[in-house]
Design a protein around this ligand. Sequence first.
Ligand code: ATP
Length: 230
Amino acid sequence: GASFAAELHEVSKRYPGGVTAVDGLSLRVREGEVLGFLGPNGAGKTTTMRMLVGLVRPSAGRIRVLGQPPGRQLARIGALIESPTFYPHLTGRDNLRLAARYAGVPDAAADRVLDQVGLSSRAGSPFRTYSLGMKQRLGVAAALLKDPSLLILDEPTNGLDPAGVAEMRELLRSLGQHGQTVLLSSHVLAEVEQVCDRIAVIDRGRLVAEGTPDELRGALGTGVLLIDAD
Ligand code: ATP
């Protein structure tokens, strides 16, 4: 098996039209870690995540996900990259049962993941009654349906109010404590640093810093990296 859940080696992505979204990026997600992927808007985080799941082809470089090229291990990857489609008038549970069928897993998985994300008590309420934070956690639940070896979450705290951020942080912390491997993007360090084992900082498609949250704090303290600001 692979010792890294995901590896990028000098990966670049140049979109037609000339934007170099990712520029020689090397990055490794270790098995069992929560890796924060931090960077301002437009830094290339979403493009990187799309490349990992095989939605976007790199222009250069080498990618391995769970030991294979992107796209080969999709049954073992859970991703929340785009907003998932949930039916507003269906309950959270029924939405997840539908998603379970699409994912080819038993209905019972829906209840397991609702519990994991702390939505059991609201599972019988229509999706439209959920707060934004609850909607986001339902998205994480959908990404967990396959009990994935790698969970990829693109800015799950984006747009949430402080209570929603706190609940998402609690969820991410509990996933990490249970050994879930997570690649987690954010543009706000303060929203994710408490749940990350390590953080990789990307700007203009390039890796600009990498380390534990404590190590990163040191770098931030120098004023070199100004990513705390929204
Ligand atoms: P955000 O937080 O805003 O989602 P990001 O870090 O995820 O930012 P990307 O979405 O990967 O960054 O975008 C990186 C760069 O690539 C940006 O300049 C963006 O405009 C550009 N880009 C993204 N997708 C495309 C596309 N399909 N075609 C052309 N350019 C694109």
